[in-house]
Structures are given as structure tokens and as C-alpha cells.
Design a binder for this molecule. Structure first.
Ligand SMILES: [Zn+2]
Length: 594
């Protein structure tokens, strides 16, 4: 007799998002990965799945090995399936034991990290190290659950049941009550997660360090931060991410000796001239998040050809996802040369999903490469010959954030935007949020089919060129090149002028019906003609990008799924594009003369 056991982590996104500094993000994600890493002598078992399967003497089914040689998968999934030889009682015991040992790992790792940071983190009076409530908080930092069923011999049927039970289990999860410290010091909640009671605070107010006085943290957030101090201190902070040009633009060469100040908040930069020069740079950076569309349905065989055997189909799919994950890893982590290294930080890649921190300059090239990698890897997967199910698609979201923007809400919102993009943009799409510091945020969705024309439209408005950042070497345009590009650029005011003009072409009803597309196009054309400075050669890109959006989203001709919620109407589709284009054109513009 054999059983199937599905095992997984829950609350992973929240656990990672509970972060004030970029290093918290990295620590949360690395911690989850490290639970999956077991060192046995020199041999490191890379995947949680493998490690877990070894521990319970089961055969790992999903994810399968990366190849025939049995190489462990590159990606770290948050859930996996293994086959247990034995009866249901044994399978349940295995699931339970595994859960216990993973939770003990969490507690042990966090406890040890916090101990090592002694002296930098000041515990509140009355908070005792051996207080059992602290251990309880650490243990409940992550949710871990499992389900098990007996196999019937029909894998497809069993897999579907297993998945349904697992999802039910996740949705009806019972949160362990967090024991409070009420009536004692530290009964206020943590400044980082806002969930658990704070137990202490940092000791420094400025400069570089692990714990600052404003970090009034609970035991989990404190331990996570402490853990980030052990070997992952290369995480760029938001200032470093937003000021990448200072490190490579020759205009900033004169500040070579002050590089260690480039990643400080402006008010902490000592030299007023350096401060002035750094203030000229765009303060924005990018968070990139992505995941495959409807992968659960793909995995349960819903889109598979009728003749397909589910198990072999899953193996193929998992291997395609695995090669995608390793390609993304390569894209972000490669390049040995420190000088040319793109300052991109991969927080995690889990198979079909991932989270990346990037300077603004690299956000578009990276998004394009990630999407191409996906398309390449999924080319081998053949679904039913029906629209939208030919091969799995990917949706990606970019949040452009100010260096001073609080990280936690921005990260917590990422998946909300990605989900909205999928719903309203019809999947197979990208979306961009310009989280303007002084003003309201602008959010744009568009199908990947429109990507090349979007990039062209953007470049027609500025002197930034994506191609400068997409090769193996970064090419900084010199001042002649900047001047030449400025000459052919359309006015940066153009999107605003077009936005003001568009409204009257729509009926003032709920549906926002477009009165006449021909008339709207003619008006847009006229506005471009009036404001272009010899840039007519590019003007068509903007119109080409806008035209399919005029009737709302998803774009005309993109053959997308119908949105499952209220669609994006024409005026909103145009306005969001104008706002995002104007913002990006302005912030990506190269300034400064050599
Ligand atoms: Zn906390």
C-alpha cells in the first residue's frame, strides 16, 4: 500500500514581506531556503523536497529531479509531493514528524541568530531569554501543513483530491494564538510586522549597522535581522539601488574616494557638494515580481492534451520550470567582474515565481529577459490546442519605488498588483507601478505582445536606451550621445498634453464609450506634430502603443482571457499609460555633462 503526502509552507509571502530593510527581505527568503538545505559533510542537499523526502523515507514525486541523472532541482518550491510506502497511519505520522522537525529548525536557526547578535539588540526590561512565549513566537513564525491520502492507482484522480485537500487545509488554517506580554513591558506590537509584541530595540541611530533605535522588534523580526548579519550583508539597500549611476557614470568619477557614502540617506552624506550631486540622480529603484499564470491548473492537467499521462506531463512541466528558475538565477547572479556586475539582487526564485530588487536602469531589460527565458523554457510544453492554453504564460509586475518609501507595505502590495494585472490585463501581461513620492501612484497594465512597442514609445520620450543595459556590458552614453538623443526625443510634456486632450473623445457614461477612434488618433497625431522637435520618426511608436488601449484592456487583438472583474476602460487605460510613460521618461533620463 502507498500514500501520497503533500507538504508545504504557508504565509511565506507575509513572512518575507515583514521587512523594513532590504536585508530583511533577503533574510526571510534565505531562511526559508535554508530550511530546505541540509549539509551532510561536503554534500549539500539542495532542495527542501529532497531533504524532507530523505527524512521520511519517501519517494519524492514533485518536484522531480532536474534531469535523468537525478540532480536536485534548482528552484526551491514552497510545497511538494512525495509517495510514502505504507498505510495512511504511517503517512500521517511521517507528515507530522516532518512538520515538527521543520518548525524546530525554524526555532533553532532564529534562536541561534539572535544569540549571536547580543549587544546590538537591547531587550526590554523584563523580557527573559528563556521565556517560553518567545519560543512559541518563533515556532509560529511560519505555517507548515500537510495532507495525506491513500493511492488508488489512478494518479490523476488522486493528485486532484490531494491538491483540493491541501488547498482546503490552507484556507481553513488555524492560527496559533500568539501569547502576548500584556501588562509587561513590550506589550506594544513590533514596528516591522505589526503582529507580534516587541521585545526590544536597536542601539544606533545612523550609519551602517544591524539594529537601529527605530527598530522596535518582536523576537521573530529581530532574529530575522540578526540572521541577515550572518553572511548575507551584500544586500544593496534602497539608496544603493537608486544611485547605481553614481557608481558607473563617469560624471561621478570625481567622487571615487567617497563611494562608501553613496548608499547613505542624503542627510547623512557629509560633503555638501557630494550631497548636491547625489541629489541629481533619480531616487527611484525597482522591485520585480513574477509568476506563471494558472500553474495550479497546468499541474493538475486541466490544460494538458487529453491523451497525456498526468505524471509525465507534470515531470515535463516541473523540469521546464526548473530550467526557467536556473536561467533567472543566471540572469541575476552571473557576471564575475565586479566593475560590470549588474547590481541586481535576487530575493528568491521558486520555480515559476520570483522576487528581485533592481536599479531602475536594469528593470526593463531584466523584465524582458525573464519573459524571454520563460517563453524559451515553456516552448516544450504543449497544452490543448485551444486559445490561451497552448503553453503556460507568465505575468510580471514592476514597482518603481522611492528610496525612502517604506519597504514593508510596498512588498506586501506586490502580489496584489500582480494579481490585479492578471485579472484586469487578462494574464500573459506585465504591469508597472510608478509610486510617485509626491503625488498619486500611476499603475499601468499591458500585454507582452505590446512590450516592444511600449519600450519604443518610452525611448521616444527620453535619452535612456534599454539596449545600453541589456548586453553583457553596460554602455554609458557619453555627453555627445546624450545630446544627440536629446535632440530626437519628443517633449517630455507630450504625455500630459495628450492626456488633457483625450477625455472629450469618450462618452460620459459608465462604459466610457469611445466616440470616434479616428478622431482621437488624429488629435493625438496633431499634438505630437505640434510638440515634436524633429522626432517625428519616433512619433508613430507612441500612437501604435496607445491605439489598442483606446477601447480599454485587455488590448484589442491580444486574444487574452476576458477579465474576471471590472475591466479597465479606455480612458483609464490611456491615462495610466501616459502617467507611467511620463514618469519613466523623466526618471530614466540621463543628465549631467562630462
Ligand atoms: Zn515583528
Amino acid at each position: 500500500m502507498s500514500c501520497l503526502v503533500k507538504f508545504g509552507f504557508g504565509g511565506v509571502q507575509d513572512f518575507i514581506a515583514q521587512a523594513r530593510m532590504t536585508r530583511d527581505l533577503a533574510a526571510g527568503s534565505r531562511l526559508i531556503q535554508s530550511l530546505s538545505v541540509q549539509a551532510a559533510g561536503s554534500e549539500i542537499i539542495k532542495s527542501l523536497a529532497q531533504a524532507a523526502a530523505n527524512r521520511v523515507q519517501g519517494e519524492l514525486i514533485l518536484p522531480p529531479p532536474a534531469d535523468e541523472k537525478g540532480t536536485p532541482p534548482e528552484a526551491f518550491p514552497h510545497q511538494f509531493v512525495f509517495r510514502f510506502e505504507g498505510n495512511l497511519e504511517g503517512a500521517c505520522k511521517a507528515g507530522n514528524d516532518l512538520r515538527k522537525s521543520v518548525l524546530q529548525d525554524v526555532e533553532g536557526k532564529l534562536c541561534a541568530a539572535l544569540k549571536n547578535a547580543d549587544g546590538q539588540f537591547q531587550k526590554e526590561e523584563g523580557v527573559k531569554e528563556d521565556d517560553p512565549r518567545l519560543k512559541q513566537h518563533l515556532r509560529s513564525a511560519l505555517e507548515v501543513y500537510w495532507v495525506a491520502i491513500e493511492e488508488t492507482g489512478d494518479y490523476e484522480k488522486d493528485y486532484k483530491l490531494l491538491t483540493r485537500l491541501f488547498d482546503d487545509r490552507r484556507h481553513t488554517r488555524t492560527f496559533e494564538q500568539i501569547q502576548s506580554f500584556s501588562g509587561e513591558p513590550g506589550n506594544e506590537t513590533c514596528s516591522q510586522c505589526g503582529v507580534r509584541p516587541r521585545i526590544g530595540h536597536g542601539t544606533i541611530t545612523s550609519g551602517k549597522g544591524l539594529f537601529y533605535t527605530k527598530d522596535k522588534l518582536c523576537v521573530v523580526c529581530a532574529a530575522k535581522r540578526a540572521w541577515s548579519g550572518s553572511g548575507i550583508d551584500t544586500v544593496p539597500n534602497t539608496y544603493k539601488l537608486s544611485r547605481w549611476r553614481a557608481y558607473m557614470d563617469p560624471v561621478y568619477k570625481k567622487w571615487n574616494d567617497s563611494k562608501d557614502q553613496f548608499d547613505l540617506p542624503l542627510e547623512e552624506v557629509g560633503n555638501p557638494d557630494l550631497r548636491k550631486d547625489l541629489a541629481k540622480l533619480s531616487p527611484y529603484w525597482a522591485l520585480i515580481v513574477f509568476d506563471g499564470d494558472q500553474m495550479g491548473k497546468w499541474f493538475s492537467g486541466e490544460f494538458a492534451p487529453n491523451s497525456a499521462d498526468l505524471w509525465s506531463f507534470q515531470v515535463k512541466l516541473a523540469q521546464a520550470m526548473n530550467s526557467f528558475a536556473s536561467k533567472v538565477k543566471e540572469l541575476c547572479d552571473s557576471n564575475e567582474d565586479e566593475q560590470e556586475k549588474q547590481p541586481v539582487f535576487r530575493v528568491y526564485t521558486g520555480g515559476d515565481d520570483g522576487l528581485i530588487l533592481s536599479p531602475f536602469d536594469f528593470a526593463l531589460p531584466l523584465a524582458e529577459k525573464i519573459h524571454s527565458a520563460w517563453v524559451d523554457c515553456m516552448a516544450k510544453i504543449h497544452g490543448r490546442k485551444k486559445e490561451n492554453t497552448i503553453a503556460p504564460t507568465l505575468s510580471l509586475h514592476i514597482s518603481l519605488l522611492h528610496a525612502k518609501e517604506p519597504l514593508q507595505p510596498a512588498v506586501a502590495d506586490l502580489h496584489h498588483y500582480l494579481d490585479q494585472a492578471k485579472e484586469k490585463g487578462g494574464r500573459d501581461c506585465y504591469s508597472i507601478l510608478a509610486n510617485v513620492r509626491a503625488g498619486s501612484p500611476a499603475w499601468m497594465v499591458s500585454g507582452w505582445k505590446q512590450w516592444p512597442i511600449f519600450v519604443e514609445a518610452l525611448e521616444s520620450l527620453t535619452n535612456y536606451r534599454m539596449s545600453d543595459f541589456s548586453g553583457s556590458f553596460v554602455r554609458i552614453p557619453n555627453s555627445d550621445e546624450r545630446t544627440r538623443r536629446n535632440k530626437v526625443a519628443l517633449s517630455a510634456r507630450l504625455p500630459h498634453a495628450m492626456m488633457e486632450a483625450m477625455e472629450r473623445f469618450y462618452q460620459d457614461d459608465d462604459a466610457k464609450t469611445l466616440v470616434s477612434k479616428t478622431a482621437l488618433l488624429a488629435e493625438m497625431h496633431r499634438i505630437i506634430g505640434r510638440r515634436s522637435r524633429g522626432g517625428e520618426e519616433h512619433s508613430s511608436a507612441i500612437l501604435q502603443f496607445l491605439e489598442p488601449r483606446m477601447d480599454g484592456l485587455p488590448e484589442e487583438g491580444s486574444a487574452k482571457d476576458k477579465p474576471s472583474c471590472s475591466p479597465i476602460r479606455g480612458p483609464e487605460a490611456l491615462r495610466s499609460a501616459f502617467e507611467v510613460l511620463a514618469f519613466m521618461a523623466r526618471e530614466l533620463r540621463w543628465g549631467g555633462e562630462e
